[in-house]
Design a protein around this ligand. Structure first.
Ligand code: FES
Ligand code: FES
Length: 154
């Protein structure tokens, strides 16, 4: 069936079965490849995108449930020449090894900073508890979010 979504401020119509995971539509139909397939079971956070500003696991979110939702993916945040403060801070703190988890980490961090511009370290760790990093860069990721928070609300 045809399903119309609002993704990164644009209306996009795709042909998909209603129970198709949003992640598949983003990656396969809309060529938005930042969100990653990790576990496919809402356990790792690699597929995190924002739905009306809230982080959701797109690997288990049926696309049909998203029709009235504003979806934001990492692609909407910034570009290589004009990165979002979070993207800049992740680079400055070298907060990635393989990078597989990073899109999900940044989207969870964005949702956090949007609702709490100066989070404590404990609040950052709590907000990212569902985002796993197999490379063990958690401490750098926390520092990157603290750095971005400072830059965004000096
Ligand atoms: S791929 Fe969605 S939570 Fe792991
Ligand atoms: S940087 Fe490799 S999984 Fe996080």
């Amino acid at each position: 069936m045809a399903i119309t979504l609002t993704v990164n401020g644009q209306r996009r119509t795709v042909a998909a079965a209603p129970d198709t995971p949003l992640l598949y539509v983003l990656r396969n139909d809309l060529e938005l490849n930042a969100a990653k397939f990790g576990c496919g079971m809402a356990q790792c956070g690699a597929c995190t995108v924002l739905a009306d500003g809230q982080p959701v696991r797109s690997c288990v979110m049926p696309v049909s449930a998203m029709a009235k939702t504003k979806i934001t993916t990492l692609e909407a945040l910034g570009s290589a020449s004009n990165p979002h403060p979070l993207q800049k801070a992740f680079i400055e703190e070298q907060a990635a090894q393989c990078g597989y988890c990073i899109a999900g980490m940044i989207m969870s961090a964005k949702a956090l900073l949007d609702r709490n511009p100066r989070p404590s370290e404990a609040e950052i760790r709590e907000a990212l508890a569902g985002n796993l990093c197999r490379c063990g860069t958690h401490n750098r990721i926390v520092r990157a979010i603290q750095r971005a928070a400072k830059e965004m609300s000096p």
